[in-house]
Ligand binder design. Sequence first.
Ligand SMILES: [Cu+2]
Length: 223
Amino acid sequence: MRRKHSIPIAIGSAIILLLLGTMVLLGFGNSGLFLNRNRVNPSGTGNPFGNMGGGQRIMGSGGSNNLSQTFTPLELQHLTQNVAKGATVHGNTVHYISPHAEIIAVGAPPGRPGMFWQVDGKVNPTIIVPEKSQITLVFADGDPGQNHGWELTTAAPPYPRMAMMTGAVASPGAFIMPVAPPSGSTWHGATITFAAPGPGTYYYICPVSGHAQQGMWGRFIVS
Ligand SMILES: [Cu+2]
């Protein structure tokens, strides 16, 4: 019995080894299949940095940023108007009732000087989401001449110049590599989804050096 099976097993093993070898080669190539899982899904549900976070620091993680999504200012305005359906606004606090929060974060769009976030139409608002929420974050850079990214961090202000080196990404995938500034009415950005971290206070910042320090941050509370 053992002998009869040994030849098919040997052939099977050889095929599996060949396949594995091919996959490893592809995975390390620049145009490798495996890099695709890091791309932002243009349909808006991708999780481009799902392999980050979970308490890991993100330094040295460059290279997987892909400018795969663009918006017009008008599109972002419409998205922002939709947010009101799942949230209530008191002063400068946006309180999500829905466990599926959709947040629209625009980096320093024209109309106001300085480094700031326009989130859900407000300037650096405090965002409150219920615990165990699933969050969809639509991000775009509206700032002519400046790169911006987005990060949900455990680090509290005041921020040093290299704010992204302090604390950790608060939830796996809650990070967007900096994108290019707008070209005309084409604004670069990305959409990510991530699970709310455990109850507590976190902060959304721009990870580009100096930007959080200059005011590009807001509170993010999970209650
Ligand atoms: Cu920035």
